[in-house]
Design a protein around this ligand. Sequence first.
Ligand SMILES: Nc1ncnc2c1ncn2[C@@H]1O[C@H](COP(=O)(O)OP(=O)(O)OP(=O)(O)O)[C@@H](O)[C@H]1O
Length: 262
Amino acid sequence: MTRLEARSLTVELGTRRALDGIDLSLQPGRFTVIVGPNGAGKTTLLRSLAGLAVPTKGEVVLNDRSLLGMPAGERARAIAYLPQGGGVAWPLPVAGVVALGRLPHGEHPDRLPKTGREAVASALRSVGLQDLGRRPATALSGGERARALLARALATQAPVLLADEPVAALDPRHQLVVLDVLKARARAGATVVAIMHDLTLAARFADEIVLLHGGKVEASGPPETVLTGERLAATFGIRAQVLRQAGGFLVVAESPLPDLRQ
Ligand SMILES: Nc1ncnc2c1ncn2[C@@H]1O[C@H](COP(=O)(O)OP(=O)(O)OP(=O)(O)O)[C@@H](O)[C@H]1O
């Protein structure tokens, strides 16, 4: 069981304070979704949790060990990270791209042992790409490429999975398929964190929502306590209706509120 924590985490990028004293505890078995307006610090937070952004103050701690002090190989086995809108530069077959997720285990993509081959096949199946394994990854649609890159992260079978906008490029069916996969990973004991902009989908799938605004945690907890009309107005600058219904609730963004900075 792997617990990931941000403790008083502050990150400065150039002259900008992207994260400002974040305290967060991400639990195994839970699917946490980070939401917030553009520029709120979501990607910076996820990159910090992956050990890719260096804190100015505070730290990220994995099972009570500081992430930055951990050997890179160990960290790569513990944390799988899907970057936002990632691309594929080389015409590797899709299965070869997914096999790169086995590198942290010392498994070469061309010589995968049985466990590695099974992990790759299972990851491809779980995102619905089992029939495209031989296709060059440069010859995929945007949504297929996004699913291939998610499959690479899944194939690592790390106890922590961090995904930056994993469903942004996907059609509605594949959004549900992928969110089911992420939730199932959490239910199997992983610590799963994703960034999303679709608040209705976030509310439906997340165990916990973390609402970021201006580099700070504005609110966190179960979707129904975090996503209130008042908070959506204060953070996203929208008038929104939050409609409760069986199986979750629907967030309908009705109109932008006047931008007070203009
Ligand atoms: N390399 C950088 N140098 C300076 N400032 C940066 C850099 N990268 C990001 N920022 C700034 O840091 C803040 C947080 O950026 P971040 O990418 O974490 O936001 P985000 O919440 O993920 O946004 P989005 O929803 O648009 O993806 C923003 O104000 C952004 O302009």
